[in-house]
Design a protein around this ligand. Structure first.
Ligand SMILES: Nc1ncnc2c1ncn2[C@@H]1O[C@H](COP(=O)(O)OP(=O)(O)O)[C@@H](O)[C@H]1O
Ligand code: SF4
Ligand SMILES: [Mg+2]
Length: 393
């Protein structure tokens, strides 16, 4: 069971995109909590703000986007850190070692001209360099005991280079070593060997057959499912505490999707990570989540545990998403209308033009996200009267 301590808190988050057409009010006052060890599903139609919200959680909103209000707090061992206030270098360290993202489109995430194994190894070398050097020192020391002849002094020299890196990673001597081709090779070779060992182990864990051969392949030589496994391997390579999976199965066929979902569940258990799983598919939400946040037009409209969302949904939008799940023998009811353009979003409750229960006040006031039952929050005037005061812009 997931514990109830908060790993991340998002408070009153607002994100704007400053485009030529106008200001896109992409995220408008999102409040969200992520608990340690849980899988939180974020669901909503395309354009609801799922990706942008989770980019903001990594302080990585792409330009012309900007976080204009709110805070993202990340708790490391009970110590809160405000990610939205940190400098770029500190946040980059957290992104690599603590929070990792599996991107929606494997083709965009992988570089076509590098071997896939090297791409995963690069992430390991960046984020776990010291660990890799320590392992290299150990394995060279063991090898020295076994070999004879000319290899022995060469390995001793290599061990000295590794030792000097471990003792003084920023030393002038190291800078000199890196300028001399032979010594540079002695620096990189053991590091790459250890990283390769780690990558092949990881690829094996991800159910990739013959990891040793696949390591040397290029992305175009692999199927979509295999490519996505490589992207997942890269995201997992730094043992992240929080893994954000942004629609990782969208472009895969259903059998491969089922395999990847099973894999994600297994990995989450094995690695003990907290998972934020983004999808537009309610079926996938049911399969993956402990809790669910439903998003619409840049705001959270309902949050509850997965059982409650399916059995007792409160928000008309959540109900609409559930009625739109295809079922044998059931008439499919699509939600009428489309996600609004967020340059000029609807006034009041952003769902009101599509809502079958809309009342007069729904177009005038924004409903606040309120806990109406234990651990069940909803932003809808059918369930409470609390208004979210919004500043004019
Ligand atoms: N680079 C961008 N420029 C302008 N608007 C953007 C950009 N990226 C996202 N948006 C807008 O932000 C809103 C939320 O997008 P997004 O988070 O990608 O939705 P989702 O992931 O739920 O499909 C949308 O209205 C989208 O048009
Ligand atoms: S606040 Fe009004 S428009 Fe919005 S979902 Fe509730 S009933 Fe519908
Ligand atoms: Mg998205």
């Amino acid at each position: 069971m997931p514990s109830k301590d908060k790993l991340m808190e998002v408070e009153d988050l607002k994100v704007r995109f400053f485009t030529y057409e106008g200001i896109v009010k992409a995220i408008d006052g999102v409040d969200l909590e992520v608990f340690n060890g849980e899988t939180l599903g974020i669901v909503g139609e395309t354009g609801s703000g799922k990706s942008v919200t989770t980019y903001a959680m990594m302080a990585l909103v792409p330009p012309p986007g900007k976080i204009v209000k709110g805070r993202v707090i990340y708790n490391i061992h009970g110590r809160p850190m405000v990610l939205t206030k940190m400098d770029e270098e500190s946040i980059r360290k957290i992104r690599g070692s603590e929070i990792s993202r599996i991107f929606q489109e494997p083709k965009a995430a992988l570089n076509p001209v590098y071997r896939v194994g090297d791409q995963v190894a690069e992430a390991i070398i960046i984020h776990r360099k010291e660990e890799m050097f320590k392992r290299a020192f150990k394995s060279i020391s063991e090898e020295i005991k076994k070999v004879k002849g000319l290899r022995k002094p060469l390995l001793s020299l290599q061990r000295s280079v590794v030792k000097s890196v471990l003792d003084k990673p920023e030393s002038i001597l190291l800078k000199i070593i890196l300028k001399i081709p032979l010594l540079r090779k002695l620096y990189w070779a053991p590091l790459k060997r250890e990283a390769r060992f780690e990558v092949e182990k990881l690829l094996g864990l991800l159910g990739i057959p013959d990891p040793h051969r696949v390591y040397d392949m290029y992305p175009h030589e692999l199927s979509g499912g295999m490519q996505q496994r490589i992207v997942i391997a890269t995201a997992l390579s730094c043992n992240p505490r929080l893994l954000i999976a942004d629609e990782p199965t969208t472009n895969l066929d259903v059998t491969v999707e089922a395999q990847i979902l099973e894999l994600m569940k297994k990995l989450k258990k094995d690695f003990g990570s907290t998972l934020l799983y983004i999808t537009h598919d309610m079926g996938v939400i049911a399969e993956m989540s402990d809790r669910v946040a439903v998003m619409y037009a840049g705001a959270i409209c309902e949050v509850a545990d997965v059982y409650t969302i399916f059995k007792e949904p409160l928000h008309p939008y959540t109900k609409g998403l559930l009625e739109a799940i295809p079922m044998p023998g059931k008439e499919l009811k699509a939600i009428p209308g489309t996600v609004p353009n967020l340059i000029n979003p609807p006034t009041g409750c952003r769902f009101h033009p599509r809502c079958p229960y809309a009342m007069e006040k729904c177009s005038k006031y924004i409903p606040r996200l309120v806990e109406v039952k234990p651990s069940h929050k909803v932003a809808c005037f059918l369930h409470h009267d609390q208004i979210l005061e919004s500043e004019e812009e």
